[in-house]
Design a protein around this ligand. Structure first.
Ligand code: ARG
Length: 460
């Protein structure tokens, strides 16, 4: 017989290096607290249901509780020969209370145990992700409030398109992070389901009480199919998918922070505590942290792809492949929380060069649409208006004259419908403030949106 907990039907011992390959204790010890929590609930239930005696249940629970204290004190050491956190804990419990520890695994398998630990681990941490997202949103909102009227160029294809406000830009991200938040809420609903009681795959002949265990562990739902319970890793994939979308949003904004703090743009400046210098070039102030968030987005996608690929085509129910699920989720949990926090800090210390932003909208022909729209309202078919303004822009580029600096005579030569009120229309402030359509960039709209979004955060 081998010396393994499951060694009964084995005659030979595996080599140490083979054991190493199969073990997960070096990473799944992160779920030590959840493993103890799950075992305590299970042991209480076994006693309550008289599956084991109440005295045995009490001994097991006491032993597990003292392991909890040792874990908190940092006094537990794990052994790779016990493969994973589940068998390490059982071995430690046996050392502590003797043979009665062997009754803990009644009506339970490592398959429903690992699923329970993993659900608990994610369930405990999703609220941290969500509160970090809330902090980021609230930072964006106060910045948008402050910059509801700060005019800047809006871009398409990274070319000047039409003037917008910086507040409007910030609220676009607020809304993206709002959807991210909601995705994590839904993710929590799918994580908040108890697998324990599914046993290996088919349920158990013991008269267990899963509702009781769910209550003890704070799960609001229970898997109603034992095969699904031990096979499902959707909640983990959903987390990785949601985290990937969130990181994608961060990476887009990171890119803009990096670009906009360059010499050429000079729209913003990151605070010293969120920048780094160069070891050779004394003048450098680099947006390293924004770059790192942008970089960590790739790492997050990698984890999503890794787990999707691991799960692809796996037959039901448990397969050892699934041991590969945890490292991806552990890593992304740290990555995503830290990245969101870094972003909140970066935005908090941000200096906005309002004059520079406004100046960039003055000579850039981003008011060309205003003139075309103006002609259209005077009855010129829009296509024709577009062509007339295109010609004027071409002339303006050649003579370095923006539309609002052209004389009325020159403008009228191109289109006689143009009157003196055009100069007011061509100002970027006017271009912004006339865009009062629902969702448009007008300052009044942005202010209303800020108020509406404050309410969303207050009610959260
Ligand atoms: N360490 C394993 C994992 O992380 C636990 C479940 C093992 N179950 C089994 N039947 N081999 O997936």
């Amino acid at each position: 017989m081998s010396d393994k907990l499951w060694g009964g039907r084995f005659t030979a011992k595996a080599s140490e290096w083979v054991d190493e390959f199969g073990a997960s204790i070096h990473f799944d010890q992160k779920m030590a607290a959840e493993d103890l929590e799950g075992s305590i609930a299970h042991a209480k239930m076994l006693g309550k249901q008289a599956i084991i005696s109440s005295d045995e249940s009490a001994q097991i629970v006491a032993g597990l509780e003292s392991l909890q204290q040792e874990l908190t004190a940092g006094n537990l050491t794990f052994d790779v020969k016990n493969e994973d956190i589940h068998m390490n804990m059982e071995a430690l419990l046996t050392e502590k209370i003797g043979a009665v520890a062997g009754k803990l695994h009644t009506a339970r398998s490592r398959n429903d145990q690992v699923a329970t630990d993993f659900h608990l681990w994610v369930k405990h941490r999703l609220p941290h992700v969500m509160s970090a997202v809330t902090d980021l949103q609230s930072e964006l909102l106060s910045l948008a409030d402050k910059h509801a009227g700060t005019i800047m160029s809006g871009y398409t294809h990274l070319q000047h398109a039409q003037p917008i406000t910086y507040g409007h830009y910030l609220l676009a991200y607020f809304n993206m992070f709002q959807r991210d938040y909601e995705r994590f809420e839904f993710n929590q609903k799918h994580t908040d389901i108890l697998p324990l009681g599914a046993a290996a795959l088919a349920g158990t002949t013991f008269p267990i009480d899963r509702e009781f265990v769910a209550g003890e562990l704070g799960f609001s739902d229970i898997y109603h199919n034992s095969l699904d319970a031990v096979s499902d890793r959707d909640f983990a994939l959903e987390f990785l998918g949601n985290a990937s979308i969130l990181m994608m949003h961060l990476s887009r904004m990171a890119e803009e922070l990096i670009l906009w703090s360059s010499y050429e743009f000079n729209y913003i400046e990151l605070s010293d505590d969120f920048s780094t210098g160069s070891s050779i070039m004394p003048q450098k102030k680099n947006a390293d942290f924004a770059e790192l968030v942008r970089g960590k987005t790739g790492r997050t996608y990698g984890s999503l792809l890794a787990l999707l690929t691991t799960m692809k085509s796996l037959p039901l129910a448990y397969n050892k492949d699934m041991q590969e699920d945890k490292e991806q989720v552990f890593d992304v949990m740290d990555t995503v929380i830290a990245s969101v926090k870094i972003f909140t800090g970066m935005l908090n210390g941000l200096t906005v060069h309002e004059g520079q932003m406004l100046a960039a909208t003055q000579d850039d022909f981003s008011n060309a649409t205003e003139l075309a729209d103006y002609l259209a309202t005077k009855g010129v078919p829009f296509r024709e208006a577009h062509a007339i303004v295109g010609q004027l822009v071409l002339k303006g580029i050649q003579t370095h004259t923006p539309l609002q600096k052209m004389t009325l005579t020159d403008l009228q030569a191109a289109a006689p419908q143009i009157e003196a009120d055009i100069y007011q229309i061509l100002a970027s402030e006017t271009a912004v403030n006339r865009r009062t359509s629902l969702g448009g960039t007008a300052v009044t709209n942005v202010k209303k949106e800020v108020t509406r979004n404050y309410k969303i955060l207050e009610e959260r």
